[in-house]
Write a protein that binds this ligand. Structure first.
Ligand SMILES: Cc1cc2nc3c(=O)[nH]c(=O)nc-3n(C[C@H](O)[C@H](O)[C@H](O)COP(=O)(O)O)c2cc1C
Length: 215
């Protein structure tokens, strides 16, 4: 049985700092600033984020998805509405998102409310995807138990044949979620574990309050 001692595995975070005076009043602009820096420095998949959901069973469930757009209304990703996360969100629309920009020693935590994106948005994004991804979305009943790998590959080939010269239809169970944020925390690693943590909280659904949290 593996029995690894990892107590000495640690880094000192020294890449930057985050001060109130440098922060935008609006956290979406602040996120845009950090996200653009992640792109400029070629971070690997900076739009990969973790989304935590909690359904009726009260067990938190976490997985990675790809952020596909963000603006003042929220953060959008696409998935299967009947997947584990889709079922959880149907039961409880409160979710949390997490970004870890490792090379920048930065973390962004978001809490918010998930709502399904419009059919029009789903259609536009679905049609922008490579055809093979459209086929995968069409054939996969995400999160159900399947017999084996072969059945998946065979179904893929079968759908290719079936829709040879046709558009791949969008199933009703596929689409996006928009996460409208209510809390956004920006974390910048600092020396001696005295990290910077600045948290924006939405008050009265319109004003963002900025507060510093203890590391
Ligand atoms: C880098 C990365 C990106 C992913 N992007 C998505 C995505 O955008 N949408 C999605 O449904 N699943 C995505 N996945 C797969 C999910 O992590 C997860 O396996 C799947 O959505 C099923 O989750 P669920 O059973 O909890 O609903 C991604 C996984 C990784 C590692």
């Amino acid at each position: 049985m593996p029995n690894r001692d990892l107590t000495n595995m640690r880094n000192s975070y020294e890449k930057g700092f985050l001060l109130e005076k440098d922060c935008d009043k609006n956290p979406i602009f602040q996120f845009e600033k950090w996200f653009q820096q992640a792109i400029d420095d070629n971070l690997y998949e900076p739009n990969a984020m973790q989304i935590a959901t909690v359904g009726n069973d009260l067990h938190p469930s976490l997985r990675t998805v790809l952020l596909k757009s963000f603006d003042e209304n929220g953060f959008v990703f696409y998935t299967n509405y009947e997947s584990k996360k889709g079922v959880d969100i149907k039961e409880n629309d409160k979710v949390a998102l997490l970004f870890w920009f490792r090379e920048h020693e930065r973390q962004v935590r978001i809490e918010g409310i998930a709502t399904q994106t419009t059919e029009e948005m789903n259609e536009i994004y679905f049609r922008s995807r490579p055809r093979d991804s459209q086929i995968a979305a069409y054939l996969s009943n995400q999160s159900i138990v399947i017999e084996n790998r072969n059945s998946l590959d065979e179904l893929f080939l079968q759908i290719i044949q079936e829709f040879k010269d046709l558009e791949i239809p969008i199933k009703k169970n596929w689409g996006g979620y928009n996460i409208k944020p209510t809390v956004i925390e920006f974390w910048q690693g600092r020396q001696n574990r005295l990290h910077d943590r600045l948290q924006y909280t939405l008050k009265d659904n319109q004003t963002w309050i900025l507060e510093r949290l203890a590391p």
